[in-house]
Design a protein around this ligand. Sequence first.
Ligand code: ADP
Ligand code: MG
Length: 476
Amino acid sequence: MSTLHEKKWDACLRIIKDNIPLQAFKTWFSPIVPVKLEEDVLTIQVPSHFFYEWLEEHYIGLLKKVIKKELGPNGKLEYSIIMEKNISNSTPYTVKIPTSNRGSLRNPPVNVPLSANEQEIRNPFIIPGLKKVHVDSNLNPSYSFENFVEGDCNRLARSAGFAVANKPGGTAFNPLLIYGGVGLGKTHLAHAIGIGIKNQSPNKTVLYVGSEKFAHQFIDAIKNKTTNDFIHFYQMMDVLIIDDVQFFSGKEKTQDIFFHIFNHLHQNGKQIILTSDKPPVEMQGMEQRLLSRFKWGLSADLQSPDLETRIAILEKKMYGNGIDLPREVVEYLAYSINTNIREMEGALTSLLAQASLNKKAITLDLAKQMIDKFVKNTAREVSIEYIQKVVCDYFELPIEILKSKTRKREVVQARQIAMYFSKKMTKSSLANIGAHCGGKDHATVLHACRTVNNLSETDKQFKGYLEDLEKKLSIQ
Ligand code: ADP
Ligand code: MG
């Protein structure tokens, strides 16, 4: 014999079934269990918070009508949500949530404390119990704003990050997407924002997670049939920082799930911070709807730091570690490793290790030896532009003149040398090299290479130039 609440819910289901596609019915209504009916309030049990939100988002209108029809004008619906397992502590617990006032099925619970910046939240529920789950933020305390050197290369990203740290969810920079090449400080800045927020509001739930870890957790959740918990866990954050989102490329399911989490957080005024190695327009294999959301807030880039900033960064690191190095060594390090801050730090660390192992003072010579090795190990290709710059600096010519059509002797010679090194040190085609050097064709480049070879055999001074330049170029 079925009880009254079961009968009533069955009647509701019959109507619902006639009004939505069968698959949707199976997915969203079959799992629901009617629990009780008291004073026109029907309580139904749903498998997860996500499930509840989905119903609220997609079926609220239908539910409203059906409840009115079956329970009369005072009919109300209440959800009871089960969570089998919680991601952080596997103790089972149940949360009960009445329907939201959006659907006006029932008034929202009274006395839900809203703090000032949570006034805007559309969904008025703060789930009791969940807020108490302790989430380890995964923040590295040394990646703070104090340790992040400001320069032209990072000014916009840094100040946007600072604004976000002071008012998470309350600026136009949501999401804040920080992008830039390897080792330019994306991870550092992302942590700094998280640390800033935690310092000001220790009660905010902040989580830093690498995109790969996120993707792995998701796969595990699918395996263990705990995707709801997974989603729920992430939807609980006040601030979610996802590092290197480019790894989501091609992972459709992960993107889907992230899309839902993103929407939930964004709608509730929570802050999202993302980093990536490229701007949204260049991200391949990413769903359009995600990309368009990435563009909602602010995308700010980090560029390669200039020499002064590199020196300042090295000094900061040294200071932080209580190290003192001769100024010329610092300059040499900063000057020779100009692409990537991580490499520069790596060189500094090896230099210190070398010096302490061999009990030698850190001199410019030691630095040079070490860096030569270091740079060779990383074996990077120099660019044509860089070769042109080194050659021009050497002959004290402005770089534009090298790219012009001028036939002045000293310019022609410098240009030929630049072509010669470009052929020798890059994988560029002759045509490409020619295009970079005043729009010459491949035959001209070939001729230049021969001329330089010949001259170096006959002209001692010229040979000296080449040797100097080769040295400069190889410690790039
Ligand atoms: P990315 O995530 O862009 O690859 P990281 O954030 O890991 O780069 O930065 C690489 C290293 O460079 C880190 O040790 C970081 O502390 C340091 N770094 C980068 N930018 C700065 C900066 N502006 N000031 C101080 N240190 C920096
Ligand atoms: Mg990083």
